[in-house]
Design a protein around this ligand. Sequence first.
Ligand code: APR
Length: 321
Amino acid sequence: MARAKIALIGAGMIGGTLAHIAAREELGDVVLFDIFEGTAKGKALDLSEASPVFGKDSNLKGTNDYADIAGADVCIITAGFPRKPGMDRSELIGKNLGVIKQVAEGIKQYAPKAFVICITNPLDAMVWALQKFSGLQPRKVVGMAGVLDSARFRYFLADEFGCSVEDVHASVLGGHGDTMVPLVRYSTVNGVPLPDLIKMKWTTQERVDAIVERTRKGGGEIVGLLGNGSAFYAPAESAIEMAKSYLRDKKRILPCAVRLSGQIAGVRGLYVGAPAMIGARGVEKVMNIRLKADEREMFMNSVAAVEKIIADCQEMEPSLK
Ligand code: APR
């Protein structure tokens, strides 16, 4: 059986980390694309030279020619610019919208059947624009944010309880920004929801509130620490989890930025984070979670933040109207 082909559009910090994980896990042949040909070729060669040591037969190629992504099964997009300390993700629109337009044209021409995972920020607007520019089926175009945001939430909770990260599950809804909605009542340790853990005196409401706030600002915390870029290990791991679910038809239910058609709070036509089943057909189902009044208010606040960024995109690029 032919190997899967994975095209990584953007060979920077996340792109290089994605290539490393994909090669080590032998997920398929990897094409690293970047406008800087040397960056893409250099990382592909470096990883190829590492492959005898980690003992996997990975075909890696670096390129700045979209023709090389032809027939890719999965495309993961990180092309663009990351935040600098003090910047909000929405401040990246001016630079990244043009990049996404070029990427969408490349994918439409050479890999129109691919499952496309966008990571470039501001995420929810960029994945929406990518789908519009490319005209690909919405179920084949998703954004990576929820797996990362819920991983941050899970890690902070595991740290709070001193337990294994494997036993903590957490759910995050809404846009990938400070308005995201970590769903406390659907977040569990060994199946026990957080509100019960508060009653059991494992933690307090105040500490959970602080963890929720830290989760919302998790990306900014890393940007502040790194000083010259944004998170890359956790975003790369998160996108690989989504890619694997597609390639292996695992039907994982993962929080992803998906185009809603009324499943949550009646929102339609927008990309925002929601739990989605990812299988061989792409997004196969979106969980129609019924929100409580306060959760709905937070979710709609997050949706409004995404709508505002989309309106800015439409102003810059009238073809998106
Ligand atoms: N086409 C292809 N590649 C491009 C283009 C373009 N038009 N413009 C920029 N790039 C490449 C850069 O050359 C760089 O190698 O995208 C890569 C981005 O890599 P980094 O700057 O290291 O950024 P990274 O940390 O990987 O984050 C990428 O993901 O999480 C988001 O906010 C983050 O938007 C940012 C993106």
